[in-house]
Design a protein around this ligand. Sequence first.
Ligand code: SF4
Length: 393
Amino acid sequence: MSNNEHRRAAAIGGHGSPRDRLQDPSRRLSSLLVEESCLDLPLTREILARAGDLPLTVIPDGGEPAPDLAPYPQSLTQGKRLLHLGRNRGRFLKPCPATRNYRCCDYQVLNIGAGCPMDCAYCILQAYLNNPWLSFYVNIDDLFHELDQALAAKPGQIFRIGTGEFTDSMALDRLTGLSARLIKYMADKPNAVLELKSKAVVLDHLPPTGHRGRTIMAWSLNSTEVMHKLELHTADLDTRLQAAARCAAWGYPLAFHFDPIIHHPGWEEGYRATIRRLYQLVPAVSIVWISLGAFRFLPALKEVITSRFPNANFIHGEFVPGLDGKFRYFRPHRTRIYQVLVEELARHAASHTCTYFCMENDQVWQDVFGYTPEDKGGLPAMLDAASRTAEKN
Ligand code: SF4
């Protein structure tokens, strides 16, 4: 870790060494808030035991967990250190909130909680979630019951399921232990694959065997410049890749997400260098898919970023509103960026790795890959095929 990173991590406080806190962001938590009716749930008791001396407040069900926070969006900085343990009273499994105008991958979101203890300047959750604090749902019997029903109802459908839509899949895992349970659950489900997506490195409690290739361990990657300047409290590139290599050695299939790709001085060499490093440290044969997504944002996010990260220049580039209301780089600009990354990936990737765009239009697909998803049976079918190669490898 550089001196800067040491200073950054030390200034923030939390449990464990500065290095521990960057690898395992659950160590940044400053307190737990537990809904009264959840206190006796088995998972709550496990979490409290693992949390050691973290201060605990019991709050009434449906009560206001943290009334004394600064006004939004500054409240997000404090909220990232407060973990609320409660009950999910809605559905756990839902289709990804994609839009019809762009090619989406038909992902199912497993809603395990919301918010993230890491702090990426570009994070969409800053403008998307209603609460500044972190939430985790402890009624996991309901979660597994809902999964049982959903998978049994459509035995012919492959469910690609991810927990990393409203939170980071692994950020709180040392406390919750949920991923290990999900990995074991998925191992004998013939019509589902789970993707655990993270910028943290929390592996010690994961099962090295018995997953049967049905869980894909995934990391978000970026140029080291973006990672260093805009992804606060996250593990650095080599640490993420070493973790991925360890998972590959345990037989887990891997995925990587270059999202958001951000235009910045030196971007081209920055992204090429990350891709080269990826293939130096990680076996190409283990990678089932790689997604690419250029930076896009809801209008409300710009205000949050300028308020919380006043020196962040990336939000002041040239953008055009898309059909989904999000701002994007102009299409020729996105195409050029993708061409660079796809060219570098093509030098190293295994033939079975599916490289795809997250939320792009057919014109971009055609200009970069020379085909559209429809030509290959649709993006969901492409990813389903890739997930089957994972089982064979
Ligand atoms: S790691 Fe992901 S969820 Fe967490 S702050 Fe960064 S972008 Fe948001």
